[in-house]
Ligand binder design. Structure first.
Ligand SMILES: CC(C)(COP(=O)(O)OP(=O)(O)OC[C@H]1O[C@@H](n2cnc3c(N)ncnc32)[C@H](O)[C@@H]1OP(=O)(O)O)[C@@H](O)C(=O)NCCC(=O)NCCS
Length: 135
């Protein structure tokens, strides 16, 4: 587990570890590193999980901001997405997401590779915004 990695010189992830997935060769860009769009989609999945849990139902992503790619992700890295609810609006839920990697073959992490702020909207069966229960 990432949080069990003993490290005095590395910062540790902030938020709840919402998803974790191993980066595979099929996810690479032409240079052999992991494609940024794949990382972004993992973060979107994690944000959707956190938002839908809170909204107790379906949500859709409406916006992504403050995306920063700090470090490359490599094949075989375990990518963990950590989520923190930043703001709950009427129908919107804003989630800060950090992606961190560890690699059992190359210990020394965890390394923060990417972060961003995703906004999800709670929607009803007609795909229209619905209020989020804040209680
Ligand atoms: C999500 C969707 C139903 C929202 O409908 P809408 O009529 O555009 O929504 P509204 O203008 O009423 O705004 C809804 C909320 O989103 C917020 N919002 C709107 N645009 C935003 C943006 N660019 N960034 C962040 N929040 C935004 C609004 O402030 C509002 O928040 P609040 O209810 O908490 O006050 C519609 O935009 C949609 O279907 N978009 C496509 C979603 C999609 O396909 N996503 C990718 C796959 S999940």
């Amino acid at each position: 587990m990432v949080n069990e990695v003993e490290s005095s010189k590395h910062k540790l992830p902030e938020g709840d570890r919402t998803i974790a997935v191993v980066a595979m060769p099929a996810d690479t860009n032409p240079s052999g590193d992991i494609f940024g769009g794949w990382i972004l989609s993992q973060m979107d999945i994690a944000g959707g999980v956190a938002a839908s849990r809170l909204a107790q139902g379906r949500t859709a992503t409406i916006g992504v901001k403050e995306m920063e790619f700090h470090k490359p992700v490599r094949v075989g890295d375990l990518v963990s997405c950590y989520t923190q609810i930043q703001k709950i609006g009427t129908s919107s839920i804003t989630v800060k997401i950090e992606a961190w990697t560890t690699n059992h073959y190359n210990p020394g992490g965890p390394v923060k590779v990417t972060e961003g702020v995703f906004t999800h909207v709670a929607i009803d069966e007609n795909r229209k915004p619905r209020p989020v229960n804040k209680s």
